[in-house]
Design a protein around this ligand. Sequence first.
Ligand code: AMP
Length: 447
Amino acid sequence: MSEAPQQQAARDSDNKQAGPRRGRRGGRRRRGGGNRGANDSASVAWSLEQFQVEPQAGKQRFHDLELPDVVMHGIADLGFEYCSPIQAQSLPYTLRGNDVVGKAQTGTGKTAAFLITIIDDLLKHPIDHERYAGEARALIIAPTRELVMQIADDARALNKYTGLNVHTLVGGMDYDKQRRHLDEKLCDILVATPGRLIDFCGSKDVYLDRVEVLVIDEADRMLDMGFIPQVRRIVRQTPRKEERQTLLFSATFTPEVVSLVEQWTQDSTTIEIEPDRIATDSVTQKVYITQTRNKRDLLANILRSEEVESVIVFANRRDQCRHLQEFLGKAGFSVGLLSGEVAQNKRVRTLDDFKSGKIKVLVATDVAGRGIHIDGISHVINFTLPEEPEDYVHRIGRTGRAGKTGTSISFACEDDAFLLEPIGELLGEKVECEQPPEELLVEYRAT
Ligand code: AMP
């Protein structure tokens, strides 16, 4: 049984303002007192009057959640008007300090749901005694570097007027730079992949024993990637579950995920959001029956067609992606590669070039492609069908975003056509296949 909300709120508020904290902490570098506070010059000039959203039946407005004006200002700048379903369902609990477990995929707005919770909490419970470098107040753990960078971008956008600092720790990027940043600015929100975070804890550059809100994102992916032992070590360094707020998100609820929920959350409320229906509704799905040997010509001919403006090509393995990138480069396309074997700074540059339109084609693996949230991608091509049906929904959800429509084209060949059946089961409808038009099968010649 859950506690009454008021009791819970009181318990939580007690925890979050847990009296004077310990004095000097061994080895930690002292940093100035208290939060820098909201960015007053920017917030003074703005009032909620400037952000009018009409109440609408069946929709939840951010205005009714009693969020600080500086947060509303950030939300207004992002153009969010009404809460997405996961936000509408989770925020009433999380803003009271309750633990929440969300069954939700990317594309549902879960990132803003947990970020708004964290920001509201940190602003409403300011710390007015001395703080120390590297002491995180909120910690978000995510499985991939791309996802961490994406979450941090969203966090910075929502924190535009709050004065809260966002730090990221990811492998493959400059360790010293990340450490210097931690030394220079207090750590309000820390977003990290498990491995690099453990390194920073080990070198005593980060301390997790003051964490007030812990978010574990894509728990199922973390399990698949074998990160759970590391995450367990991290969670052990945070305060006990009774003394922190924990939010856990997972696209699937396997028995292993349920067991983690039991270990890491307390009296949690579970919220389930249907798979990415919105995305699939706005995506025209085509499946071309083809032979393996025709796939490259088919791909290049599709890419050359006029309606293809910006496209992600998915393949299952890193080596397939690398070979495809080489082939498309030679065929004269501006193409970037996003996979685990590409150095992180290169991946960040590639994504920027793709966003700006300098690169038209991005070849990606599922893991690397998960964190891509770019509006305006016209096509997604599945060069190979994914082995997990959920990945199909993820892939095609990279297009048809932000109110636009998109097209997904999947190649089904003798090696993988059998994977269409479980995809159809997940979508709740049979996947229709067709023969590609003759002109797309001719041998491709670069012009
Ligand atoms: P996520 O599921 O967190 O990856 O979010 C998917 C996309 O939805 C992101 O591009 C967000 O900026 C956007 N988004 C999140 N919340 C809202 C909202 N309430 N209204 C409109 N867009 C939103």
